[in-house]
Design a protein around this ligand. Sequence first.
Ligand SMILES: C[S@@+](CC[C@H](N)C(=O)[O-])C[C@H]1O[C@@H](n2cnc3c(N)ncnc32)[C@H](O)[C@@H]1O
Length: 295
Amino acid sequence: MKNKIAKPFLKWAGGKTQLIGAIKSKFPFQQGDSFIYIEPFVGSGAVLFWVLNNYPNLKKAVINDSNTDLINTYKVIYNSVEKIIPLLRRWEKRYYDLSSSEEKKKEYYYFKRELFNKRISDTIIQAALFIFLNRTCFNGLYRVNKRNLFNVPVGSYKKPLICDAENLRAVSRILKKVTILNGDFERTINYGENKTCFYLDPPYKPLSATSSFTAYSKENFDDNDQIRLKKFCDNLVMLKFKWILSNSDVKAKNQENNFFDRLYKSYQVERVLAKRSINSNASKRGLLKELLITN
Ligand SMILES: C[S@@+](CC[C@H](N)C(=O)[O-])C[C@H]1O[C@@H](n2cnc3c(N)ncnc32)[C@H](O)[C@@H]1O
Protein backbone atom coordinates (compact mmCIF):
# COMPACT_ATOMS: atom_id res chain seq x y z
CA MET A 1 0.00 0.00 0.00
CA LYS A 2 1.27 3.46 -0.89
CA ASN A 3 2.04 5.67 2.12
CA LYS A 4 -0.52 8.40 2.59
CA ILE A 5 0.70 12.00 2.34
CA ALA A 6 0.73 13.68 5.75
CA LYS A 7 -1.41 16.79 6.12
CA PRO A 8 -2.35 19.04 9.07
CA PHE A 9 -4.32 17.10 11.67
CA LEU A 10 -5.92 20.22 13.19
CA LYS A 11 -8.04 23.14 12.11
CA TRP A 12 -6.20 26.27 13.18
CA ALA A 13 -6.95 29.97 12.94
CA GLY A 14 -4.57 31.45 10.42
CA GLY A 15 -3.92 28.04 8.83
CA LYS A 16 -1.68 28.69 5.86
CA THR A 17 -2.89 26.22 3.20
CA GLN A 18 -4.20 29.18 1.17
CA LEU A 19 -0.82 30.89 1.05
CA ILE A 20 1.31 27.95 -0.01
CA GLY A 21 1.47 29.01 -3.67
CA ALA A 22 2.76 32.47 -2.70
CA ILE A 23 5.21 31.04 -0.15
CA LYS A 24 6.51 28.57 -2.73
CA SER A 25 7.32 31.41 -5.12
CA LYS A 26 9.46 33.08 -2.41
CA PHE A 27 11.03 29.90 -1.05
CA PRO A 28 14.82 30.26 -1.08
CA PHE A 29 15.66 26.60 -1.82
CA GLN A 30 15.04 24.25 -4.77
CA GLN A 31 13.47 20.81 -4.67
CA GLY A 32 16.71 18.82 -4.58
CA ASP A 33 18.49 21.09 -2.05
CA SER A 34 19.63 19.97 1.36
CA PHE A 35 18.69 22.57 3.98
CA ILE A 36 17.20 23.11 7.45
CA TYR A 37 13.62 24.32 7.86
CA ILE A 38 12.52 26.07 11.08
CA GLU A 39 8.98 27.10 11.95
CA PRO A 40 8.85 29.00 15.28
CA PHE A 41 5.02 29.50 15.33
CA VAL A 42 3.92 26.16 13.93
CA GLY A 43 0.18 26.04 14.77
CA SER A 44 -1.36 23.34 12.57
CA GLY A 45 1.77 23.25 10.41
CA ALA A 46 0.32 23.74 6.92
CA VAL A 47 3.66 25.00 5.60
CA LEU A 48 5.62 22.44 7.61
CA PHE A 49 3.78 19.53 5.95
CA TRP A 50 4.18 21.12 2.55
CA VAL A 51 7.95 21.38 3.10
CA LEU A 52 8.23 17.83 4.49
CA ASN A 53 6.32 16.42 1.52
CA ASN A 54 8.08 18.42 -1.20
CA TYR A 55 11.77 18.64 -0.30
CA PRO A 56 13.07 15.06 -0.16
CA ASN A 57 16.63 16.09 0.73
CA LEU A 58 15.61 18.23 3.68
CA LYS A 59 18.32 17.81 6.32
CA LYS A 60 16.02 18.41 9.27
CA ALA A 61 13.09 20.50 10.45
CA VAL A 62 12.54 22.23 13.79
CA ILE A 63 9.10 23.31 14.96
CA ASN A 64 8.08 25.35 17.97
CA ASP A 65 4.96 26.85 19.49
CA SER A 66 4.32 28.47 22.86
CA ASN A 67 1.07 26.50 23.23
CA THR A 68 2.01 23.58 25.50
CA ASP A 69 -1.15 21.57 24.80
CA LEU A 70 -0.58 21.84 21.05
CA ILE A 71 3.05 20.77 21.31
CA ASN A 72 2.11 17.88 23.60
CA THR A 73 -0.21 16.70 20.81
CA TYR A 74 2.61 16.77 18.24
CA LYS A 75 4.85 14.81 20.63
CA VAL A 76 2.21 12.19 21.35
CA ILE A 77 1.57 11.66 17.63
CA TYR A 78 5.33 11.36 17.13
CA ASN A 79 5.86 8.88 20.00
CA SER A 80 2.59 7.03 20.56
CA VAL A 81 0.35 7.25 17.53
CA GLU A 82 -0.96 3.70 18.00
CA LYS A 83 -2.13 4.62 21.49
CA ILE A 84 -4.02 7.74 20.51
CA ILE A 85 -5.88 6.20 17.54
CA PRO A 86 -8.06 3.73 19.54
CA LEU A 87 -9.04 6.49 21.96
CA LEU A 88 -10.11 8.83 19.17
CA ARG A 89 -11.89 5.98 17.39
CA ARG A 90 -13.89 5.19 20.53
CA TRP A 91 -14.83 8.83 21.16
CA GLU A 92 -15.77 9.33 17.51
CA LYS A 93 -18.12 6.36 17.60
CA ARG A 94 -19.71 7.63 20.81
CA TYR A 95 -20.14 11.12 19.32
CA TYR A 96 -21.78 9.72 16.19
CA ASP A 97 -24.07 7.51 18.28
CA LEU A 98 -25.25 10.66 20.07
CA SER A 99 -25.71 12.67 16.88
CA SER A 100 -29.52 12.33 16.91
CA SER A 101 -29.71 14.17 20.24
CA GLU A 102 -28.25 17.70 20.31
CA GLU A 103 -28.54 17.74 24.08
CA LYS A 104 -26.59 14.50 24.62
CA LYS A 105 -23.93 15.51 22.10
CA LYS A 106 -23.51 18.84 23.87
CA GLU A 107 -23.26 17.15 27.24
CA TYR A 108 -20.55 14.83 25.93
CA TYR A 109 -18.59 17.74 24.43
CA TYR A 110 -18.68 19.79 27.66
CA PHE A 111 -17.68 16.76 29.70
CA LYS A 112 -14.59 16.33 27.49
CA ARG A 113 -13.85 20.06 27.62
CA GLU A 114 -13.95 20.02 31.40
CA LEU A 115 -11.67 17.01 31.54
CA PHE A 116 -9.21 18.70 29.16
CA ASN A 117 -9.20 21.85 31.29
CA LYS A 118 -8.43 19.91 34.48
CA ARG A 119 -5.15 18.84 32.86
CA ILE A 120 -4.88 15.84 35.15
CA SER A 121 -4.92 13.08 32.51
CA ASP A 122 -1.78 11.54 31.04
CA THR A 123 -0.20 13.13 27.99
CA ILE A 124 -1.85 10.67 25.57
CA ILE A 125 -5.37 11.37 26.83
CA GLN A 126 -4.67 15.13 26.88
CA ALA A 127 -3.55 14.95 23.24
CA ALA A 128 -6.64 12.94 22.25
CA LEU A 129 -8.84 15.48 24.06
CA PHE A 130 -7.07 18.28 22.19
CA ILE A 131 -7.86 16.68 18.82
CA PHE A 132 -11.40 15.77 19.85
CA LEU A 133 -12.18 19.35 20.93
CA ASN A 134 -10.55 20.82 17.82
CA ARG A 135 -12.76 18.63 15.61
CA THR A 136 -16.03 19.14 17.44
CA CYS A 137 -15.88 22.73 18.72
CA PHE A 138 -17.32 25.83 17.08
CA ASN A 139 -15.41 26.54 13.83
CA GLY A 140 -12.31 24.65 15.03
CA LEU A 141 -11.28 27.69 17.07
CA TYR A 142 -8.66 27.52 19.78
CA ARG A 143 -9.31 30.12 22.41
CA VAL A 144 -8.39 30.13 26.09
CA ASN A 145 -9.04 32.59 28.88
CA LYS A 146 -6.41 34.19 31.13
CA ARG A 147 -6.36 31.03 33.24
CA ASN A 148 -5.56 28.95 30.15
CA LEU A 149 -9.01 27.31 30.19
CA PHE A 150 -10.27 26.35 26.73
CA ASN A 151 -13.64 28.09 26.37
CA VAL A 152 -14.91 27.48 22.82
CA PRO A 153 -18.53 26.25 22.67
CA VAL A 154 -19.65 23.07 20.93
CA GLY A 155 -19.83 23.16 17.12
CA SER A 156 -22.81 22.14 15.03
CA TYR A 157 -21.15 19.42 12.92
CA LYS A 158 -23.23 16.25 12.74
CA LYS A 159 -20.45 13.77 12.00
CA PRO A 160 -17.08 15.51 12.16
CA LEU A 161 -14.02 13.45 11.28
CA ILE A 162 -12.43 12.93 14.68
CA CYS A 163 -10.18 9.95 14.05
CA ASP A 164 -8.30 10.16 10.75
CA ALA A 165 -6.09 7.17 11.60
CA GLU A 166 -4.24 7.01 8.27
CA ASN A 167 -3.31 10.67 8.38
CA LEU A 168 -2.20 10.44 12.02
CA ARG A 169 0.08 7.54 11.08
CA ALA A 170 1.45 9.47 8.11
CA VAL A 171 2.08 12.49 10.37
CA SER A 172 3.83 10.29 12.92
CA ARG A 173 6.12 8.87 10.21
CA ILE A 174 6.98 12.22 8.70
CA LEU A 175 7.64 13.83 12.11
CA LYS A 176 10.65 11.53 12.54
CA LYS A 177 12.69 14.23 10.77
CA VAL A 178 11.44 16.94 13.09
CA THR A 179 12.67 18.37 16.39
CA ILE A 180 9.70 19.57 18.44
CA LEU A 181 10.08 22.50 20.87
CA ASN A 182 7.71 24.30 23.23
CA GLY A 183 8.55 27.87 24.15
CA ASP A 184 9.05 31.39 22.93
CA PHE A 185 9.98 31.82 19.24
CA GLU A 186 13.32 33.44 20.07
CA ARG A 187 14.98 30.24 21.18
CA THR A 188 14.68 28.64 17.75
CA ILE A 189 17.55 30.80 16.52
CA ASN A 190 20.02 28.34 18.05
CA TYR A 191 18.88 25.60 15.67
CA GLY A 192 19.93 27.29 12.44
CA GLU A 193 23.04 26.20 10.56
CA ASN A 194 24.48 26.85 7.15
CA LYS A 195 21.53 26.91 4.64
CA THR A 196 18.49 27.47 6.84
CA CYS A 197 15.05 28.88 6.07
CA PHE A 198 12.70 30.17 8.79
CA TYR A 199 9.00 30.53 8.08
CA LEU A 200 7.49 32.94 10.62
CA ASP A 201 3.74 33.06 11.04
CA PRO A 202 3.06 34.89 14.31
CA PRO A 203 -0.39 35.71 15.68
CA TYR A 204 -1.56 38.43 13.31
CA LYS A 205 -1.83 42.02 14.36
CA PRO A 206 -5.59 42.62 14.64
CA LEU A 207 -7.04 44.68 11.78
CA SER A 208 -9.07 46.70 14.26
CA ALA A 209 -9.55 46.88 18.01
CA THR A 210 -12.54 44.51 17.83
CA SER A 211 -11.32 42.09 15.18
CA SER A 212 -9.08 40.03 17.41
CA PHE A 213 -11.26 36.91 17.31
CA THR A 214 -8.84 34.45 18.76
CA ALA A 215 -6.38 33.98 21.56
CA TYR A 216 -4.14 30.99 20.97
CA SER A 217 -2.59 31.18 24.38
CA LYS A 218 -3.01 32.91 27.69
CA GLU A 219 -0.39 35.52 26.74
CA ASN A 220 -1.31 37.99 24.03
CA PHE A 221 1.03 38.79 21.18
CA ASP A 222 1.05 42.59 21.14
CA ASP A 223 2.86 45.32 19.19
CA ASN A 224 5.93 44.96 21.41
CA ASP A 225 6.13 41.30 20.41
CA GLN A 226 5.79 42.27 16.74
CA ILE A 227 8.76 44.62 17.23
CA ARG A 228 10.69 41.91 19.11
CA LEU A 229 10.01 39.61 16.15
CA LYS A 230 11.43 42.17 13.71
CA LYS A 231 14.64 42.32 15.80
CA PHE A 232 14.73 38.53 15.70
CA CYS A 233 14.54 38.75 11.89
CA ASP A 234 17.49 41.18 11.90
CA ASN A 235 19.46 38.67 13.96
CA LEU A 236 18.62 35.92 11.48
CA VAL A 237 20.02 38.08 8.69
CA MET A 238 23.25 38.62 10.62
CA LEU A 239 23.59 34.84 10.85
CA LYS A 240 22.99 34.58 7.07
CA PHE A 241 19.70 32.69 7.42
CA LYS A 242 16.81 33.18 5.02
CA TRP A 243 13.31 33.92 6.30
CA ILE A 244 9.74 34.40 5.10
CA LEU A 245 7.23 36.09 7.39
CA SER A 246 3.46 36.49 7.06
CA ASN A 247 1.20 38.95 8.81
CA SER A 248 -2.05 40.85 8.38
CA ASP A 249 -2.15 43.84 6.06
CA VAL A 250 -3.28 46.51 8.48
CA LYS A 251 -2.79 49.15 5.79
CA ALA A 252 -5.47 47.60 3.55
CA LYS A 253 -7.95 48.32 6.31
CA ASN A 254 -6.62 51.76 7.15
CA GLN A 255 -4.40 53.61 4.65
CA GLU A 256 -2.79 55.59 7.47
CA ASN A 257 -1.57 52.48 9.23
CA ASN A 258 2.04 51.97 8.18
CA PHE A 259 3.03 49.79 11.11
CA PHE A 260 4.53 46.92 9.07
CA ASP A 261 5.67 48.97 6.08
CA ARG A 262 7.71 51.09 8.46
CA LEU A 263 8.91 48.23 10.68
CA TYR A 264 10.12 46.13 7.72
CA LYS A 265 11.25 48.98 5.46
CA SER A 266 14.65 47.41 4.83
CA TYR A 267 13.07 44.14 3.57
CA GLN A 268 10.79 43.08 0.71
CA VAL A 269 7.15 43.59 1.70
CA GLU A 270 4.60 42.05 -0.67
CA ARG A 271 0.82 41.91 -0.56
CA VAL A 272 -0.92 38.65 -1.47
CA LEU A 273 -4.55 37.55 -1.46
CA ALA A 274 -5.54 34.85 1.02
CA LYS A 275 -8.82 33.26 1.90
CA ARG A 276 -9.53 33.30 5.61
CA SER A 277 -11.68 30.32 6.51
CA ILE A 278 -11.78 30.69 10.30
CA ASN A 279 -13.59 33.73 11.49
CA SER A 280 -16.37 33.53 14.05
CA ASN A 281 -18.24 36.15 12.01
CA ALA A 282 -19.32 34.57 8.70
CA SER A 283 -19.63 37.93 6.94
CA LYS A 284 -15.95 38.57 7.60
CA ARG A 285 -14.79 35.40 5.88
CA GLY A 286 -13.52 35.82 2.36
CA LEU A 287 -10.58 37.28 0.50
CA LEU A 288 -8.17 39.38 2.49
CA LYS A 289 -4.81 40.85 1.71
CA GLU A 290 -1.95 39.54 3.77
CA LEU A 291 1.70 40.47 3.91
CA LEU A 292 4.57 38.23 2.87
CA ILE A 293 7.88 39.71 3.93
CA THR A 294 11.27 38.26 3.00
CA ASN A 295 14.95 39.07 3.33
C1 LIG B 1 -0.97 32.38 13.11
S1 LIG B 1 -0.70 31.01 14.19
C2 LIG B 1 0.28 29.98 13.16
C3 LIG B 1 -0.57 29.27 12.15
C4 LIG B 1 0.18 28.22 11.33
N1 LIG B 1 1.04 28.82 10.35
C5 LIG B 1 -0.76 27.27 10.65
O1 LIG B 1 -0.66 27.00 9.43
O2 LIG B 1 -1.63 26.72 11.35
C6 LIG B 1 0.38 31.61 15.42
C7 LIG B 1 0.91 30.60 16.44
O3 LIG B 1 1.88 31.26 17.28
C8 LIG B 1 1.83 30.71 18.60
N2 LIG B 1 2.47 31.70 19.51
C9 LIG B 1 1.94 32.80 20.11
N3 LIG B 1 2.88 33.49 20.80
C10 LIG B 1 4.06 32.82 20.63
C11 LIG B 1 5.41 33.02 21.06
N4 LIG B 1 5.75 34.08 21.81
N5 LIG B 1 6.36 32.13 20.68
C12 LIG B 1 6.03 31.04 19.92
N6 LIG B 1 4.75 30.78 19.48
C13 LIG B 1 3.79 31.65 19.81
C14 LIG B 1 0.34 30.46 18.81
O4 LIG B 1 0.13 29.46 19.79
C15 LIG B 1 -0.13 30.03 17.40
O5 LIG B 1 -0.15 28.62 17.25
